[in-house]
Write a protein that binds this ligand. Sequence first.
Ligand SMILES: C[S@@+](CC[C@H](N)C(=O)[O-])C[C@H]1O[C@@H](n2cnc3c(N)ncnc32)[C@H](O)[C@@H]1O
Length: 257
Amino acid sequence: MAVIMKALLSLRRHAFHYKPVLRRHSSLITDLIENMDKKETWDRFYQENNSTKDGSQNLRNFEWFFSFDAVQSFILPLLQPQSSHEAPKNALDVGCGTSAVGPGIYRHSPWPVRVTCADISAVAIRLMQEQQQSRPVQPGNTSSSLLFLELDCSQLLQQFGCCSLDLIVDKGTTDALLRSKEGPAKAGQVLQQCLRVLRPSGALLQFSDEDPDARLLWLEKESGALGGGTTGVKVQEVGTLRGISYYCYTISPTSSP
Ligand SMILES: C[S@@+](CC[C@H](N)C(=O)[O-])C[C@H]1O[C@@H](n2cnc3c(N)ncnc32)[C@H](O)[C@@H]1O
């Protein structure tokens, strides 16, 4: 499986040129490249990535791009309360997979935060719940909470309601949808739902390897489809890994005038 993952990660950017080579290696890789918008693809991925030889399951947190350490400086400052009477902030990791970002926020935020990790894959969510039961992560603040939820994130409004979240983290989920054959429309829906469930003061962080020229245009087009308030977007470089630049796009439901 490690070989498959290495191949997938290194060829991910050039997937469409390398498809014939990848097909020889594994149908799972092809499935991932074409169908990253499908629940079945991800259930299979997390199942196969965490199965041991004796057939039991053993979770190894899989991180798209990079781990919590690389992104915590973008995330944690946004959880700081503005006053001592403020209720805990609500944070959501959309398409959390088996990433340790959600548990990392729970563990490292010194301020109270309600963290929800949501994913369309029932397998990923079950693995994360089991890990938290067997090896519980301790909170950085005793008023914090951590929840794992099986959810199609193009339906966020039904789960959370309008203007209820302070922070949404998306590490690789929009990228995965945009790169799937039938995923781009879903990526637009996820963005629009994120902007609806965020408070006006909230922020959506998209961690991505997509070039700002392309992503900023897409964000402008898709958030414009919402109508009403203005959306503000800021881009910062997270770092470079094996020659690929990674970015943090901060999207605010209302931009400052
Ligand atoms: C590229 S992986 C990123 C996983 C994780 N964020 C990380 O950093 O490792 C994309 C994730 O999005 C999830 N996903 C795809 N479509 C989704 C949807 N409509 N709603 C929720 N999760 C979705 C997949 O199951 C997968 O776990």
